[in-house]
Design a protein around this ligand. Structure first.
Ligand code: 0T9
Length: 415
């Protein structure tokens, strides 16, 4: 069988198995050519590939200006997270480029990320510079394997902007598409010169993976998500594919409404999230993602610890990149066996895996408080509190937010 014919038949049988599928898609075996060498623990980096937009949130002089800055950064991060192809090439540009583009043409561009193991870590940063002020750091930990849950923390401490969140997916198959309900939320905090902290609760939109039958999967965003500020400003972001607002794919319409005591008309921002949009207040360009993004800086694999994503998956990723799927499968099997053994040892010893950088809480108080303002559904969600114990970041005694959290009666958060 020719390579192409082989790909076609394995894709067809993969689609057939998808059609009857329920449960955890990430654990499903997919044909080799649709595999990405990048673990899902790397994905939170997409929140910040334009670090100056993240930093700029702190520069907003009014509540309104900051709410707009958060919305702009959010829209731009959608574009980065959903058009994440360049990462597939990291570390191995030349040989891969050919493989990647040929596959891209025949099989489409969306690929299946590596399913992280429990305790997997990903660290990185974007260096400080004049435009964005301080260094922006990222800490990611895989806090659950079944179901997969990834917790993350992004900080620009000099600017006082911090994002904490967790991400999981519930996937199902319907009408020929994979429907991905994102579970989890993020909280962004900005420390103001006045000493006050402004909070933003960010919920996540649904995704649909279309184009499966044509062998060229791509993502479309669906329905609505919210960004609720503690100041009362609320962004409602609606997504439509082809044909609704503008007749184009990847269209969105965001409405930023003021709190009830402010009498100004809402901002309506319309456009396509992978290109540009305009704000009804000024009819000027609101966001533009045609400028280059900045990939996160990560320590070389040789310097990484055993649990760090690119070190842990090195053999698997190399196999996938080089088209040596047999060796990829061998390395993957090793990782999986090691994990299974670990879980067996834990249950035999009556212990459980301890998280390194996060603490699980049954109820996130920020979600409950800000979620009420826009009637979030569900009314409460669990969360992961960042422990502030990473070398890349500040020593714990300098971390006011952690001290704040520790002085609260923690028993109210616990199971
Ligand atoms: C959070 C993002 C998320 C993760 C990915 C659905 C998906 C796993 C989750 C939601 C990020 O902030 C944004 C972007 C892309 C999402 C992934 C796209 C994707 O295909 C995978 C799923 C699990 C698959 O691998 C489906 C099988 C595959 C054959 C389709 C190409």
């Amino acid at each position: 069988m020719s390579e192409q014919a082989g790909e076609k038949s394995s894709w067809t049988s993969f689609l057939k198995s998808l059609a009857g599928f329920t449960g955890d898609l990430s654990a499903m075996t997919a044909p080799p050519f649709i595999l990405s060498p990048t673990s899902l623990t790397e994905f939170p980096a997409y929140w910040c590939e334009r670090p100056e937009l993240f930093a700029a949130i702190a520069d907003g002089k009014t509540e309104q200006a900051r709410a707009l800055a958060v919305l702009k950064w959010f829209i731009v991060s959608r574009e980065t997270s959903l058009f994440y192809r360049p990462l597939y090439l990291h570390g191995c540009q030349s040989t891969l480029k050919g493989q990647y583009t040929s596959r891209n043409e025949s099989m489409g561009s969306e690929k299946k990320p590596l399913n992280p193991v429990l305790g997997e870590l990903f660290y990185g940063y974007w260096p400080a510079n004049a435009a964005r002020g301080g260094k922006t750091t990222l800490v990611v930990e895989q806090v659950s394997h079944h179901p997969p849950i990834t917790a993350y923390r992004i900080e620009n401490l000099e600017k006082g902007v911090i994002l904490t969140g967790h991400s999981a997916q519930k996937t199902s198959f319907s009408g020929g598409s994979i429907i991905v309900k994102q579970v989890g939320h993020a909280v962004l905090t900005v420390s103001l010169p006045s000493g006050e902290t402004e909070e933003y609760l960010i919920t996540l939109p649904r995704l649909r993976i279309d184009g499966l039958w044509y062998g060229s999967p791509y993502i479309e965003l669906a329905e609505t998500n919210y960004i609720q500020s503690s100041t009362g400003w609320l962004s409602t972001i609606e997504y439509k594919g082809k044909g609704y607002f503008s007749g184009k794919s990847h269209s969105f319409k965001a409405t930023l409404t003021p709190p009830s005591h402010i009498h100004t008309s809402p901002h309506v921002i319309e456009g396509t999230w992978h290109t540009t949009s305009k704000d009804s207040h000024s009819s000027a360009v609101f966001h533009d993602v045609t400028s280059p993004k900045e990939e996160i800086t990560v320590a070389p694999v040789e310097e990484q610890g055993e649990w760090e994503s690119r070190k842990l998956w090195f053999g698997v990723a190399k196999g996938i990149r080089e088209g040596d799927f047999e060796s990829a499968a061998t390395f993957k099997g090793k990782i999986e066996n090691e994990q299974r053994q670990r879980r067996r040892d834990e249950s035999a010893g009556g212990t459980t895996w301890e998280l390194k950088h996060f603490k699980h809480v049954e109820h996130d108080p920020v979600y409950e408080r800000l979620g009420k303002l826009f009637k979030a559904n569900p009314p409460t969600e669990d969360g992961y509190v960042y422990l502030g114990n990473d070398d890349h970041c500040q020593p714990i005694e300098h971390r006011l937010d952690i001290l704040d959290w520790m002085s609260v009666d923690q028993s109210t958060f616990l199971i």
